[in-house]
Design a protein around this ligand. Structure first.
Ligand code: C5P
Length: 286
Protein backbone atom coordinates (compact mmCIF):
# COMPACT_ATOMS: atom_id res chain seq x y z
CA UNK A 1 0.00 0.00 0.00
CA UNK A 2 1.32 3.40 -1.00
CA UNK A 3 -0.22 6.63 0.36
CA UNK A 4 0.57 9.78 -1.58
CA UNK A 5 -0.59 13.37 -1.22
CA UNK A 6 -2.03 15.40 -4.10
CA UNK A 7 -1.39 19.05 -3.27
CA UNK A 8 -3.68 21.93 -4.23
CA UNK A 9 -2.33 24.91 -6.19
CA UNK A 10 -2.75 28.65 -6.16
CA UNK A 11 -2.37 30.82 -9.23
CA UNK A 12 -0.21 33.64 -7.81
CA UNK A 13 -0.85 35.39 -11.13
CA UNK A 14 -2.78 34.43 -14.27
CA UNK A 15 -2.92 36.49 -17.44
CA UNK A 16 -4.83 35.55 -20.57
CA UNK A 17 -2.91 36.61 -23.67
CA UNK A 18 -5.59 35.74 -26.24
CA UNK A 19 -7.70 33.01 -27.78
CA UNK A 20 -6.03 30.24 -29.76
CA UNK A 21 -7.26 28.56 -32.95
CA UNK A 22 -8.01 25.35 -31.00
CA UNK A 23 -10.51 27.22 -28.78
CA UNK A 24 -8.25 27.21 -25.71
CA UNK A 25 -6.69 30.40 -24.38
CA UNK A 26 -2.99 31.28 -24.35
CA UNK A 27 -2.01 31.84 -20.71
CA UNK A 28 0.92 32.96 -18.64
CA UNK A 29 0.60 32.04 -14.99
CA UNK A 30 2.63 31.42 -11.86
CA UNK A 31 1.48 28.41 -9.92
CA UNK A 32 2.40 27.36 -6.41
CA UNK A 33 1.64 24.06 -4.67
CA UNK A 34 0.29 24.39 -1.12
CA UNK A 35 -0.08 22.06 1.85
CA UNK A 36 -3.85 21.57 1.45
CA UNK A 37 -3.97 18.09 -0.12
CA UNK A 38 -6.11 15.15 -1.17
CA UNK A 39 -4.81 11.69 -0.26
CA UNK A 40 -4.45 8.84 -2.72
CA UNK A 41 -3.95 5.28 -1.48
CA UNK A 42 -2.69 2.85 -4.14
CA UNK A 43 -2.62 -0.91 -3.53
CA UNK A 44 -2.21 -3.96 -5.79
CA UNK A 45 -5.43 -5.40 -7.29
CA UNK A 46 -6.43 -7.83 -10.05
CA UNK A 47 -8.36 -5.08 -11.85
CA UNK A 48 -8.53 -1.29 -11.86
CA UNK A 49 -10.77 -0.13 -9.00
CA UNK A 50 -11.28 3.50 -7.94
CA UNK A 51 -13.10 4.57 -4.78
CA UNK A 52 -13.75 8.23 -3.89
CA UNK A 53 -15.11 9.48 -0.57
CA UNK A 54 -17.07 12.29 -2.31
CA UNK A 55 -20.44 11.01 -3.61
CA UNK A 56 -20.66 13.82 -6.19
CA UNK A 57 -17.57 12.45 -7.98
CA UNK A 58 -18.28 9.48 -10.20
CA UNK A 59 -15.24 7.11 -10.16
CA UNK A 60 -15.75 6.07 -13.80
CA UNK A 61 -15.38 9.65 -15.09
CA UNK A 62 -12.82 10.81 -12.54
CA UNK A 63 -9.32 11.89 -13.62
CA UNK A 64 -7.75 9.27 -11.29
CA UNK A 65 -9.43 6.51 -13.32
CA UNK A 66 -8.47 8.17 -16.61
CA UNK A 67 -4.85 8.67 -15.51
CA UNK A 68 -4.53 5.05 -14.27
CA UNK A 69 -6.00 3.70 -17.55
CA UNK A 70 -3.52 5.77 -19.49
CA UNK A 71 -0.59 4.38 -17.43
CA UNK A 72 -1.89 0.83 -17.99
CA UNK A 73 -2.22 1.38 -21.77
CA UNK A 74 1.00 3.34 -22.39
CA UNK A 75 3.48 1.85 -19.92
CA UNK A 76 1.89 -1.49 -18.98
CA UNK A 77 1.25 -0.42 -15.36
CA UNK A 78 -0.31 -3.26 -13.34
CA UNK A 79 -3.94 -2.69 -12.29
CA UNK A 80 -4.39 -1.11 -8.85
CA UNK A 81 -7.02 -0.20 -6.33
CA UNK A 82 -6.98 3.59 -5.84
CA UNK A 83 -8.81 5.14 -2.90
CA UNK A 84 -9.12 8.92 -3.13
CA UNK A 85 -9.79 10.96 0.00
CA UNK A 86 -10.91 14.45 -1.03
CA UNK A 87 -9.93 17.45 1.10
CA UNK A 88 -9.49 20.02 -1.68
CA UNK A 89 -12.84 21.64 -2.53
CA UNK A 90 -14.17 20.50 -5.90
CA UNK A 91 -14.39 22.89 -8.91
CA UNK A 92 -12.89 25.66 -6.76
CA UNK A 93 -9.86 26.84 -8.78
CA UNK A 94 -7.42 24.86 -6.62
CA UNK A 95 -6.52 22.18 -9.20
CA UNK A 96 -7.66 19.24 -7.04
CA UNK A 97 -8.74 16.97 -9.92
CA UNK A 98 -5.60 17.79 -11.94
CA UNK A 99 -3.37 17.12 -8.93
CA UNK A 100 -5.12 13.78 -8.26
CA UNK A 101 -4.41 12.82 -11.89
CA UNK A 102 -0.72 13.81 -11.69
CA UNK A 103 -0.26 11.98 -8.36
CA UNK A 104 -1.84 8.87 -9.91
CA UNK A 105 0.59 8.99 -12.86
CA UNK A 106 3.62 9.72 -10.65
CA UNK A 107 2.55 7.19 -7.99
CA UNK A 108 2.29 4.40 -10.57
CA UNK A 109 5.57 5.34 -12.31
CA UNK A 110 7.40 5.46 -8.97
CA UNK A 111 5.87 2.32 -7.41
CA UNK A 112 6.29 0.09 -10.47
CA UNK A 113 9.40 1.75 -12.00
CA UNK A 114 7.48 2.32 -15.25
CA UNK A 115 9.53 3.40 -18.30
CA UNK A 116 7.92 6.87 -18.61
CA UNK A 117 10.10 9.92 -19.24
CA UNK A 118 9.16 13.45 -18.20
CA UNK A 119 8.25 14.15 -21.86
CA UNK A 120 5.94 11.09 -21.93
CA UNK A 121 4.29 12.23 -18.69
CA UNK A 122 3.80 15.83 -19.91
CA UNK A 123 2.14 14.48 -23.11
CA UNK A 124 -0.10 12.21 -21.03
CA UNK A 125 -0.91 15.11 -18.68
CA UNK A 126 -1.95 17.39 -21.56
CA UNK A 127 -4.49 14.79 -22.71
CA UNK A 128 -6.04 14.79 -19.22
CA UNK A 129 -6.34 18.57 -18.62
CA UNK A 130 -4.52 21.89 -18.93
CA UNK A 131 -3.32 22.05 -15.29
CA UNK A 132 -2.09 18.44 -14.91
CA UNK A 133 1.44 19.05 -16.31
CA UNK A 134 2.24 21.61 -13.58
CA UNK A 135 1.69 19.00 -10.84
CA UNK A 136 4.42 16.79 -12.38
CA UNK A 137 6.82 19.56 -11.24
CA UNK A 138 5.06 21.12 -8.24
CA UNK A 139 6.60 23.88 -6.13
CA UNK A 140 6.69 27.28 -7.85
CA UNK A 141 6.53 27.40 -11.65
CA UNK A 142 5.86 29.62 -14.63
CA UNK A 143 3.20 27.98 -16.80
CA UNK A 144 2.59 29.02 -20.40
CA UNK A 145 0.77 27.96 -23.55
CA UNK A 146 -2.45 26.15 -22.77
CA UNK A 147 -0.85 25.14 -19.46
CA UNK A 148 1.51 22.46 -20.74
CA UNK A 149 4.73 24.54 -20.83
CA UNK A 150 6.11 24.44 -17.30
CA UNK A 151 9.33 26.14 -16.13
CA UNK A 152 10.28 25.63 -12.48
CA UNK A 153 11.18 28.78 -10.54
CA UNK A 154 13.27 29.02 -7.35
CA UNK A 155 11.11 28.41 -4.29
CA UNK A 156 10.38 31.67 -2.45
CA UNK A 157 10.62 31.63 1.37
CA UNK A 158 7.74 29.59 2.86
CA UNK A 159 4.55 31.66 2.72
CA UNK A 160 1.29 31.23 4.61
CA UNK A 161 -2.02 31.79 2.88
CA UNK A 162 -5.65 31.96 3.91
CA UNK A 163 -8.10 30.54 1.38
CA UNK A 164 -11.88 31.08 1.27
CA UNK A 165 -14.77 30.41 -1.07
CA UNK A 166 -18.55 30.69 -0.90
CA UNK A 167 -19.02 26.93 -1.45
CA UNK A 168 -20.40 27.16 -4.98
CA UNK A 169 -18.79 24.99 -7.66
CA UNK A 170 -17.64 27.11 -10.61
CA UNK A 171 -17.65 25.95 -14.23
CA UNK A 172 -14.24 26.75 -15.77
CA UNK A 173 -15.80 26.42 -19.23
CA UNK A 174 -18.40 29.11 -18.37
CA UNK A 175 -15.78 31.50 -16.99
CA UNK A 176 -13.58 31.19 -20.10
CA UNK A 177 -16.68 31.59 -22.30
CA UNK A 178 -17.58 34.84 -20.48
CA UNK A 179 -14.07 36.26 -21.02
CA UNK A 180 -13.89 39.13 -23.54
CA UNK A 181 -10.82 40.58 -25.30
CA UNK A 182 -11.08 43.56 -22.88
CA UNK A 183 -10.22 41.14 -20.05
CA UNK A 184 -7.00 39.97 -21.76
CA UNK A 185 -3.61 41.47 -20.88
CA UNK A 186 0.02 41.57 -22.00
CA UNK A 187 1.61 39.14 -19.54
CA UNK A 188 3.79 41.92 -18.11
CA UNK A 189 2.70 41.53 -14.47
CA UNK A 190 3.32 37.79 -14.46
CA UNK A 191 6.67 38.12 -16.26
CA UNK A 192 7.77 40.72 -13.66
CA UNK A 193 6.71 38.36 -10.86
CA UNK A 194 8.72 35.49 -12.42
CA UNK A 195 11.74 37.82 -12.61
CA UNK A 196 11.46 38.76 -8.93
CA UNK A 197 11.13 35.08 -7.97
CA UNK A 198 14.29 34.33 -9.99
CA UNK A 199 16.01 36.94 -7.80
CA UNK A 200 14.68 34.99 -4.79
CA UNK A 201 12.34 37.75 -3.67
CA UNK A 202 8.90 37.10 -2.24
CA UNK A 203 6.28 37.33 -4.99
CA UNK A 204 4.44 40.65 -5.21
CA UNK A 205 0.68 40.55 -5.80
CA UNK A 206 -0.20 39.31 -9.26
CA UNK A 207 -3.36 39.71 -11.29
CA UNK A 208 -5.98 37.27 -12.51
CA UNK A 209 -7.68 38.06 -15.83
CA UNK A 210 -10.42 35.49 -15.08
CA UNK A 211 -11.65 37.55 -12.09
CA UNK A 212 -13.83 39.99 -14.01
CA UNK A 213 -15.79 37.35 -16.02
CA UNK A 214 -16.03 35.27 -12.82
CA UNK A 215 -17.45 38.22 -10.82
CA UNK A 216 -19.95 38.97 -13.63
CA UNK A 217 -21.21 35.36 -13.43
CA UNK A 218 -20.91 34.86 -9.67
CA UNK A 219 -21.08 38.20 -7.75
CA UNK A 220 -20.89 36.30 -4.44
CA UNK A 221 -17.23 35.50 -5.23
CA UNK A 222 -16.47 39.23 -5.41
CA UNK A 223 -18.10 39.63 -1.99
CA UNK A 224 -15.91 36.78 -0.68
CA UNK A 225 -12.73 38.42 -2.05
CA UNK A 226 -13.61 41.70 -0.31
CA UNK A 227 -14.19 39.84 2.98
CA UNK A 228 -10.81 38.07 2.70
CA UNK A 229 -9.21 41.50 2.24
CA UNK A 230 -11.15 42.95 5.17
CA UNK A 231 -10.21 40.09 7.53
CA UNK A 232 -6.53 39.93 6.54
CA UNK A 233 -5.81 43.58 5.67
CA UNK A 234 -3.92 42.16 2.66
CA UNK A 235 -4.71 42.21 -1.07
CA UNK A 236 -6.60 39.08 -2.19
CA UNK A 237 -6.76 37.32 -5.54
CA UNK A 238 -8.91 34.57 -7.04
CA UNK A 239 -7.12 31.29 -7.84
CA UNK A 240 -7.66 29.99 -11.39
CA UNK A 241 -11.26 30.27 -12.52
CA UNK A 242 -12.43 30.43 -8.88
CA UNK A 243 -14.26 30.48 -6.68
CA UNK A 244 -11.44 30.29 -4.10
CA UNK A 245 -9.96 33.65 -3.06
CA UNK A 246 -6.68 33.85 -1.16
CA UNK A 247 -4.34 36.31 0.54
CA UNK A 248 -0.77 35.93 1.80
CA UNK A 249 -0.45 36.59 5.52
CA UNK A 250 2.36 36.95 8.04
CA UNK A 251 2.48 33.46 9.56
CA UNK A 252 0.52 30.32 10.48
CA UNK A 253 -1.23 31.98 13.43
CA UNK A 254 -2.50 34.84 11.21
CA UNK A 255 -3.66 32.35 8.55
CA UNK A 256 -5.55 30.23 11.11
CA UNK A 257 -7.08 33.26 12.79
CA UNK A 258 -8.32 34.61 9.43
CA UNK A 259 -9.66 31.17 8.41
CA UNK A 260 -11.62 30.97 11.69
CA UNK A 261 -13.15 34.42 11.11
CA UNK A 262 -14.10 33.58 7.51
CA UNK A 263 -15.67 30.25 8.55
CA UNK A 264 -17.72 32.14 11.16
CA UNK A 265 -19.02 34.29 8.27
CA UNK A 266 -20.22 31.14 6.45
CA UNK A 267 -17.35 30.59 4.01
CA UNK A 268 -15.35 27.42 3.42
CA UNK A 269 -11.90 28.49 4.59
CA UNK A 270 -8.48 26.98 5.31
CA UNK A 271 -4.92 27.99 6.18
CA UNK A 272 -2.15 26.52 4.02
CA UNK A 273 1.55 27.01 3.44
CA UNK A 274 3.56 26.85 0.23
CA UNK A 275 5.29 23.52 -0.45
CA UNK A 276 8.23 22.76 -2.73
CA UNK A 277 8.55 20.01 -5.34
CA UNK A 278 6.07 17.40 -6.54
CA UNK A 279 4.09 15.17 -4.17
CA UNK A 280 5.92 12.03 -5.36
CA UNK A 281 9.43 11.54 -6.90
CA UNK A 282 9.05 12.73 -10.50
CA UNK A 283 11.10 12.19 -13.67
CA UNK A 284 10.43 15.93 -14.33
CA UNK A 285 12.40 17.03 -11.25
CA UNK A 286 16.12 16.24 -11.04
O1 C5P B 1 -8.03 21.64 -19.95
P1 C5P B 1 -9.18 21.72 -18.98
O2 C5P B 1 -10.13 20.57 -19.14
O3 C5P B 1 -8.77 21.94 -17.58
O4 C5P B 1 -9.97 23.04 -19.39
C1 C5P B 1 -11.30 23.26 -19.06
C2 C5P B 1 -11.86 24.33 -19.97
O5 C5P B 1 -11.26 25.59 -19.69
C3 C5P B 1 -11.58 24.11 -21.45
O6 C5P B 1 -12.57 23.30 -22.03
C4 C5P B 1 -11.61 25.52 -22.00
O7 C5P B 1 -12.96 25.94 -22.16
C5 C5P B 1 -11.04 26.34 -20.86
N1 C5P B 1 -9.60 26.60 -21.01
C6 C5P B 1 -9.17 27.53 -21.94
N2 C5P B 1 -7.82 27.77 -22.07
C7 C5P B 1 -6.92 27.14 -21.29
C8 C5P B 1 -7.35 26.22 -20.30
C9 C5P B 1 -8.70 25.97 -20.20
O8 C5P B 1 -9.96 28.11 -22.69
N3 C5P B 1 -5.62 27.42 -21.43
Amino acid sequence: MHTIPAYAKLNLSLEVLGRRDDGFHALISILQTISLADELVLSPSSWLEVEIDAPELEPERNLVTRAARLAIERWAAPPVKAVLIKRIPIAAGLGGGSSDAASTLLGLVDTYALPATCEDLVAAAASLGSDVAFFLYGGTALVEGRGERVTSLPAPPVSWYVLANPGIPVSTVRVFAALTPQDWSSGEVTTAMADSLRQEKLPCVGRNDLQQPLFRLYPQVHACLLEVEEVTGAPALVSGSGATCFARVEDQAAAERAAGLLRARGYWSAAAQSVTGPAVPSPCVA
